[in-house]
Design a protein around this ligand. Structure first.
Ligand SMILES: [Zn+2]
Length: 309
């Protein structure tokens, strides 16, 4: 289905969120997996930010999220969910090391709370969440009793200088106005408070190899595609100073990128073979990822920044 067939009210054109200009070139067009609608990915010729344009409006984007989209679903016994569970535990320990006990920590886009529940085991800080999906909010409240606001962070009206740390794991690429959200994060963070932001990395070996078949694109749920350079610049302009950038391996991403490539090329036999050999292939990919990690070109990155004084 082409964009022309969709109601104009559901589609919008946007300017670059990083530099405000409207001067882009189209890199490629990618089809949405759910409804089969094609969306163009563009690159700003002024600052290099990659983004979806035109894109679904904020009101219409929910139709592109299915109910079992993984941040909203409970863990199954699959190997992919075991890897996700392991990673969430690692994130929790990482955050607990940075932020002492008895602080206030907010996770924006907390899904059904897998990370906050894991963090509660490693940290004695007060935990808060914000999540637009009502189903996910009900799940987290029922399972953990953690304080989660249903909606987006601006609607929560948190006080100024309230949190010691704000976490945005795999969230910034979903936001319609990342700059405006980071400005709100700046307002609610204490002086020298931390923001931790992880996202797919377009400066990765995997994106350079797979291009439009890269799993990290996840169109049209992802609206922005950052490199270390563009995300650092956005954080700096929003009032933060970058402390450290961590390359973040993700074996699931390489495995899924291979599957997307085979499917799109109509190589059904190889696609089925790769699906059957999931466990040995994922094990092999974990070894490859260690090498990619050493080169600093991993498929995701995690940036730790602090509010400027
Ligand atoms: Zn730009």
């Amino acid at each position: 289905m082409s964009l022309k067939n969709i109601s104009k009210q559901n589609i919008e054109q946007v300017k670059c969120d990083l530099c405000g200009r409207d001067n882009t070139k189209t890199l490629f067009v990618v089809s949405d997996k759910l409804l089969g609608i094609h969306f163009p990915v563009v690159k700003c010729l002024n600052c290099g930010l990659m983004y979806l344009n035109p894109r679904p409006t904020e009101k219409s984007i929910t139709q592109y999220y299915w109910e079992t989209y993984f941040p909203f679903k409970r863990y199954s016994r699959s190997i992919i969910d075991s890897i996700r569970k392991y990673r969430v535990k690692k994130y929790a320990k990482f955050v607990a090391r940075i932020c002492d006990n008895n602080k206030r920590i907010l996770e924006i886009g907390c899904g059904n709370g897998k990370f906050l529940i894991a963090l509660r085991k490693s940290s004695k800080s007060a935990l808060f969440g914000v999540e637009p999906s009502q189903t996910a909010v009900s799940q987290i409240k029922e399972e953990s009793g953690i304080n989660v606001f249903p909606g987006v962070v601006k609607e929560a009206h948190f006080p100024d200088n309230y949190f010691d740390m704000v976490i945005m794991f795999q969230v910034i690429e979903h936001l319609p106005n990342p700059r405006s959200t980071l400005e709100e994060v700046h307002r609610i963070l204490k002086r020298y408070g931390y923001v931790i932001c992880s996202t797919p990395n377009v400066d990765s070996t995997e994106f350079n190899f797979f291009g439009k078949y890269w799993y990290g694109l996840d169109i049209p749920r992802h609206l922005y595609f950052y490199s270390e350079k563009t995300l650092n610049r956005l954080l700096y302009q929003s009032g933060f100073v970058i402390k450290k950038v961590y390359p973040e391996p993700n074996p699931i991403s390489l495995y899924e990128s291979v599957r997307i490539f085979l499917k799109e090329q109509n190589l059904q036999l190889f696609y089925r073979l790769v699906s059957l050999l999931k466990i040995p292939l994922l094990t092999m990919i974990m070894v490859i990822n260690c090498w990619i990690l050493l080169l600093g070109k991993s498929t995701r990155m995690c940036i730790v920044a602090r509010k400027r004084g």
